[in-house]
Design a protein around this ligand. Structure first.
Ligand code: SIN
Length: 578
């Protein structure tokens, strides 16, 4: 048992009464790899499918994925080896069965993505080109356009959706809240969702879609923090609507901070440029200063995989070195990539080779770094950890089912158990792909009868959008890479204060900020209660992993705006290897 605080946040979002109503069988919320895969696989199995997305179809995190998608596709590789790497990265908090499913169904799912039209990179001999990233003991990351993997997958999926006119798509549609046909304890479940749609003709403003199932695929929560690799749309909406509807959220404290995010200065906020781990996979390394001036590599000796250690290990080593040296960032040295074979004395030839390598292999990162005044061909890239991925989310079973009948979750919004305390690189696109396929395998056979939403008795509320910056700053400084009891208490106090404020204007900024606050409060409580260091959760005051006490998961539940946490101790056999 844990002594968990009770937090009060809005039980539902204040919103105008729906001005329009429509019906569907299934509503898919989100349009990245998880959402579009679910919609495409459900096609032909259920009559009416509606995909709704908060911005345009390509605005989510999938589009930004650089490194690639991991699967045991290379010669000599096996799902078992991929499984071991995934479990090791997950630091004893994975669901071993979910991991087994991921690695075994992964190769087939990737081949299906190729059949759909995704153009992955190939080597000159025609084989799928596979690279390596942190925590992998094999080259198993398929990539596209060099470092534009997500963009290519998104392109192929959107093209497939456009060839499927029977799937209706509504863009610029924020999911405000889920509608139930009765209390969960009396057998209630999903009956619909309220949306706010901007500028879509008759469906303008707040409306209701009555439906028999909802597939949440709305991505993560990166905007909880001041600096993140996530796009602006990642405001934790899916997790917040699910929590308010009675779904259990799990493992929220396991937020992954990507070690090599380009440092743009102390005042830079919002989405920051990612420098893919694949750059280290191709041979780049971290240094604490210019090697010519005495800077040294600091990952050697920290882990057997050195610069390619699992992400949490590298992020912590960078943070440690930043603290030791007082620098606001470290550097990535990639000035030698592709230069093998050139004479050291022939600098022009060497630089041309490096430049050609960068243009072919990492064109997006090269252009982005140069646009910020850093040329990776000749200069070190300043890097620091920033929020990258939520390993936790809506707790699901092995078929994406949440505890709310008719509510499924897939991709980053979900906690399927495959990531544990720290996601292995390039397992995220794969998770969305594999578990969306599994949802489509079961959902049609278990569709609930159409029902009418019950009167919603939850207490409504909304915090002002202007508090977002204060929230992000306290979350970054107190609930970021390094956590302590004192800092977490400070954060919880500020969040409580913000929760007491009331918005005057009802708009998207306030809805998103209320969602950010809801998730931040739960995340902070879970991080406070987990008095150990595990995976991406780093407690300075509890620096060791403590399996005797904390092998298991924190689950958050909400009843009419009151969130509580409980600890679900998991038997060792379900946790996989450490
Ligand atoms: C990266 O390219 O470093 C990110 C890949 C991932 O998050 O899995």
């Amino acid at each position: 048992m844990v002594d968990a605080p009770v937090r009060r946040v809005p039980g539902r979002l204040t919103a105008p009464t729906p001005g329009w109503t429509t019906t569907s069988d299934v509503v898919v919320i989100g349009s990245g790899i998880a959402g579009l895969t679910a919609a495409l696989r459900l096609r032909g199995q259920v009559e009416k499918i509606l995909v709704v997305t908060k911005d345009v179809l390509a605005a989510g995190s999938t589009q930004w994925a650089q490194g690639g998608i991991a699967a045991a596709l290379g010669p000599g590789d096996t799902p078992e080896e991929h499984e071991v790497d995934t479990l090791v990265a997950g630091a004893g908090a994975c669901n071993a069965e979910a991991v087994r499913i991921l690695v075994n169904e992964g190769p087939e799912a990737v081949r299906e993505l190729i059949a759909l039209g995704t153009k992955f990179d190939h080597s000159p001999d025609g084989e799928l080109s596979l690279t390596r990233e942190g925590g992998h003991h094999r080259d198993r990351i398929a990539h596209a356009g060099g470092d534009a993997t997500g963009a290519e997958i998104q392109r192929a999926l959107i093209a497939a959706i456009e060839r499927a006119p029977e799937i209706e798509v509504v863009q610029h549609a924020l999911a405000v809240d889920l509608l139930l046909d009765g209390p969960l304890e009396e057998g209630g479940g999903i009956a619909g969702v309220t949306l706010h749609v901007m500028g879509e003709g008759q469906r303008d403003g707040v409306g209701a879609v009555h439906c028999r199932a909802v597939v949440l695929a709305s991505g993560g929560l990166g905007q909880v923090f001041s600096q993140t690799t996530n796009p602006a749309v990642s405001t934790g909406d899916g997790m917040a609507v699910a929590l308010r509807a009675g779904a259990v959220l799990r493992d929220l404290e396991f937020v992954q901070f990507h070690p090599t995010v380009m440092y743009l200065g102390p005042d830079s906020r919002g989405q920051q440029p990612l420098i893919s781990e694949a750059v280290r996979g191709e041979g780049a390394f971290l240094v604490d200063g210019l090697p010519e001036e005495g800077g040294r590599r600091f990952m050697q000796g920290v882990h057997e995989l050195a610069d390619l250690a699992p992400r949490d290990v590298v992020a912590k080593a960078i943070m440690r070195r930043m603290l030791e040296t007082g620098q606001p960032h470290m550097w990535l040295d990639a000035r030698h990539l592709g230069a093998a074979g050139s004479e050291a004395s022939d600098l022009g030839d060497r630089e041309a080779r490096v430049s050609r390598f960068w243009e072919r292999r990492f064109p997006t990162i090269l252009a982005t770094a140069r646009s910020h005044g850093v040329d990776p061909v000749t200069q070190l890239i300043p890097v620091a950890p920033a929020c990258h991925y939520a390993s936790g989310g809506v707790r699901t079973d092995l078929f994406g089912r949440s505890n709310v009948p008719g509510l499924y979750a897939t991709g980053e919004v979900a906690c399927s158990g495959v990531h544990g305390a720290n996601r292995l690189a390039s397992n995220s696109l794969l998770e969305g792909l594999v578990f969306s396929r599994r949802i489509a395998d079961v959902l049609p056979g278990e569709l609930r009868p159409a029902s009418v939403p019950a009167v919603d008795g939850r207490t409504e509320g909304l915090v002002p959008g202007v508090v977002r910056r204060d929230l992000q700053e306290v979350m970054t400084s107190r609930v970021g890479v390094l956590r302590t009891a004192e800092g977490l208490t400070d954060a919880a106090q500020l969040l409580d204060k913000l929760a007491g404020l009331r918005a005057v204007e009802v708009n998207q900024e306030s809805w998103e900020t209320t969602n950010l606050l809801t998730i931040s409060a739960a995340l902070t409580d879970a991080a406070t209660l987990r008095e150990e260091t595990r995976g991406s959760h780093w407690r300075e005051d509890f620096p060791e992993r403590d399996d005797a006490q904390w092998a298991g998961h924190f689950d958050v539940v909400m009843t009419d705006g009151e969130t509580t946490l409980r600890f679900d101790a998991e038997p060792a056999t379900d946790r996989g290897i450490s």
